[in-house]
Design a binder for this molecule. Structure first.
Ligand SMILES: [Zn+2]
Ligand SMILES: [Zn+2]
Length: 224
């Protein structure tokens, strides 16, 4: 399974795409060039910038309707180019092309949010953002299935007192989650970084190294 991180930032990065190499688009991920998670407002720019064949994108799914993850114009353009939007509600299990996808409810404030287990028959990816901690059902799902790669919400830094902790992880929480779930997950990755705490890739990578988890940047490809 090949991941292309089209965008890796939380909602505090600017809506206008910046030429700055440290700039992050809003979080969106493309799997094997065919399955796109979250048609946010930066997706079309990322597709152009990273040379993605737009007609190769067959399916679009969405974690939740926050404006950094879901944009009508982006979705419309993807559908115009032949993609099918498959709406998932937490609890749904669907075969989408060669992928079996299960959606679990996430703890992400008031807006209904799904985290996904995505299996291609060989590998299982857990896509756990946005959200604060993990809900019991998805945690037990991880324990029961065992997954190859788990992407967790890494919005907040090593800080105390940020109210966004209601809806997002900080690094202390990630340390706890990774420590507890390590036997069931081959490799962890944090993604969806707030600009406030992760202004540069150097800072982000240092946190990843300290926690023993992968980090991301826009345009990164990773085979899992
Ligand atoms: Zn977000
Ligand atoms: Zn959100």
């Amino acid at each position: 399974m090949k991941l292309l991180f089209l965008g890796t930032g939380a909602a505090d990065w600017s809506l206008e795409v910046q030429p700055d190499p440290e700039y992050r688009r809003f979080t969106s991920t493309l799997i094997d060039g065919t399955l796109l998670i979250d048609p946010g407002p930066h997706v079309l720019d990322a597709i152009r910038t990273f040379g993605v064949d737009m007609k190769g994108i067959k399916y679009v799914i969405n974690t939740h309707r926050h404006s950094d993850h879901y944009n009508e114009d982006s979705l419309h353009a993807l559908v115009e180019n032949g993609a099918e939007f498959i709406d998932f509600k937490a609890g749904d299990k669907k075969q989408v092309g060669k992928y079996f996808i299960e959606a679990y409810p996430a703890n992400h404030g008031k807006i209904e949010t799904a985290h996904f287990f995505i299996s291609d028959g060989e590998k299982i990816l857990f896509y756990g953002l946005d959200g604060s901690w993990l809900m019991p059902d998805e945690s037990y799902g991880l324990v029961k299935k065992g997954v190859d790669y788990a992407i967790l919400d890494g919005t907040l830094g090593d800080v105390l007192g940020d109210i966004r902790i209601i809806e997002h992880n900080d690094l202390g929480m990630i340390r706890e989650l990774v420590g507890a779930l390590k036997p069931y997950v081959k490799r962890f990755c944090i993604n969806h970084y707030a600009k406030q705490y992760f202004p540069t890739r150097e800072v982000t990578d240092a946190f990843g190294k300290a926690l023993g988890v992968d980090t991301t940047f826009d345009g990164l490809e990773r085979e899992i």
